[in-house]
Design a protein around this ligand. Sequence first.
Ligand code: R5P
Length: 287
Amino acid sequence: MIIASRAEQSALGRRVARLAGARFSSLNIGHFPDGETNLRFRLGLKGERVVILESLFPANERIMEALFSAYTARDLGAKRVTLVAPYLAYMREDKRFHKGECVSAKVLGALLSAAFDSIVTIDPHLHRFKSLREVFSVPSKRLSSVPLIADFIRKKYPSSMLVGPDEESEQWVSNVASLAGLDHDVLKKTRYSSTRVRVSFKSSHDFNGRTAVIVDDIISTGHTVLETVKHLKRAKAGKIVCVAVHGLFTLDSYSKLKREGVEVHTTNTVPHETNRIDVSGLIAGAL
Ligand code: R5P
């Protein structure tokens, strides 16, 4: 088996290859002056099972690279091509929110299913879709970083109170809470646009002086977490921490969170300086 990944994700790719007893091939990716992608595998792929490890963020560029990699691997003789997308983009676009709108999750599912033999991902944002089978027509595996996150929180913030900022985070926060043996609360969020959300805070728990750990799957613009932080400060929480699976940190969300004094930790599904929870063992175990 050969695991191939672009330079930015090669640390994870190499670790997964070592743990899975596979070889690692860097995937050289360059761009022509007009923005077109040039892609090259560094190892021979004939007769091999090839795993392309690529998080789909920034989405459009990475999706194109994943598709080009799959077709190139097959063209070079690979006998099976799997996509490991630790972060799977577009899963929040799971319905037609406005008339005439593209249901992007479905389109991405069709494109990837046409290119790959199988797909593996970690904590995809499945909300209205209950299973990846509704997204992909090829075999797919949904891995969960919840036990790793629970272990991290239990060791680092042993007497904290966990908070899910909205109903969609319930699946993560309640499982983390039960594995870590901690209390949790789930708040209510109303989203007005991609950059405007309101979180309402009604809690029966006392946060006064207590460490509050916000648990969510994705941090994108950071507004969901920042809104939650505002309430936790009013409730006089002591330390405020946020642990997320996928840290995208679009706009200047990470600086804003730091300015608010929030301690932020993420898994390494998307490379970022907040990566503290390693998913390589999880991925290797699934291959
Ligand atoms: C959606 O419900 C997700 O679970 C996250 O809460 C959301 O994607 C975070 O987005 P943002 O950081 O832009 O508020």
